[in-house]
Design a protein around this ligand. Structure first.
Ligand code: XBP
Ligand code: MG
Length: 238
């Protein structure tokens, strides 16, 4: 079975969203809530070891503000902080401040036009995916994707393979017929654990990570055509 579907990671792969999108949105939510938490660029790079915004805040608080977690309403506050962060992040996206990375729009359009199916597997909240796609790709771009696996749809986030497995079930395809496109070692591990051949397009925070097991590693998708993906994909039509 030849290449039937592309499954895209979102943050870092479709767009470099972390440093100038998610990070300032977290900081705006912290300031609004009167918290003295401030995630600078290097600290945020370390915190990316934990996927999922709620999980990342909890991890930070465990190390830097245990008193916050000791409070009986800590879970509710984390949820509220995350909702506020998502609101700030949406505003950043809607202002057009986060462009798609080189080659992304062309590759997605090429796949869509050629009948190669499209899906998304991400740990970010679903509304962040739809806003990104509609603001910087096309107003109807969400409809081009047959499955959007995002956020809390599965409890175990990347590097667990669950979100990729969820997407594969939705597509009714074996992993070997698909290709995942990821930017991080954590995402690559998730995709490989689901059995997916994976191309890495490195991003601001992930350059230099260990991408063992990837089909190929590129600096971006600028020169990556659908035909190139069909060539590197391990399963070919005979
Ligand atoms: C990136 C992530 C997310 C975002 C924040 O996901 O790790 O946690 O940083 O998103 P991916 P939320 O690379 O899988 O797209 O705050 O919405 O959780
Ligand atoms: Mg990513």
């Amino acid at each position: 079975m030849a290449l039937q579907a592309l499954i895209f990671d979102v943050d870092g792969t479709l767009a470099d969203t972390e440093r100038d999108g998610h990070r300032p949105a977290f900081n705006a939510a912290f300031a609004e809530a009167g918290l003295a938490w401030l995630w600078d660029v290097p600290l945020y790079g370390e915190l990316l070891a934990v996927t999922g915004g709620k999980e990342r805040m909890r991890y930070y608080a465990e190390r830097h503000d245990p008193a916050f977690l000791a409070s009986p309403d800590a879970d509710r506050r984390i949820k509220e902080l995350h909702a506020a962060k998502t609101r700030h992040y949406q505003a950043i996206l809607e202002a057009g401040r986060i462009p798609l990375r080189p080659g992304v729009a062309r590759l997605i359009r090429e796949a869509h036009a050629s009948g190669v199916r499209l899906a998304v597997a991400t740990t970010t909240a679903p509304e962040n995916v739809t806003t990104l796609l509609t603001t910087v790709l096309a107003p109807d771009a969400v409809d081009w994707f047959e499955a959007i696996g995002a956020g809390d749809i599965v409890p175990a986030k990347k590097p667990a393979p669950d979100i990729y497995r969820w997407v594969l079930e939705r597509l009714h395809l074996p992993a070997s017929a698909c290709l995942a496109i990821e930017d991080s070692a954590i995402g690559l591990r998730a995709a490989l654990a689901a059995g997916l051949p994976t191309l890495v397009s490195t991003s601001v925070y992930t350059v230099g990570e260990d991408f063992s097991g990837a089909l190929a590693v590129r600096a971006d998708l600028a020169d990556v055509r659908l035909a190139d993906l069909e060539l590197i994909h391990p399963i070919k039509t005979s």
